[in-house]
Design a protein. Sequence first.
Length: 122
Amino acid sequence: MTLQELYQNIGGSYEQALRVLRMDRLLDKHIRKLPNNGVIDRLVDAGKKMDPTELFESAHAAKGVCGNLGLTKIADLASQVAEEFRPGNERKMSDDEVKQILARVDELNKKTVEGIRQYENS
């Protein structure tokens, strides 16, 4: 499996990741690190506590990591959570709506990790 095929399988943007990281070697190195990175797990865990500070910080981190790796769906969802809990912003979503977004993040992350594992084993 190629990197392009991996991105097609996981619904990511290979082109965006390549614009950021500039070469396949770096993209390969960093996408392989994602399953053990923990950034998305921290975001999902923060949602269980509904701690505004943790939610903002973990969502902001997940948005950056996923955006750089071309994982646009996860990055977009993380961005919604980050803006919801950005200090000074007024909340617009209910806790249940936030938890639904985080459930989708978790689902997409599991699919992504599964795809990366398949890529590593090919």
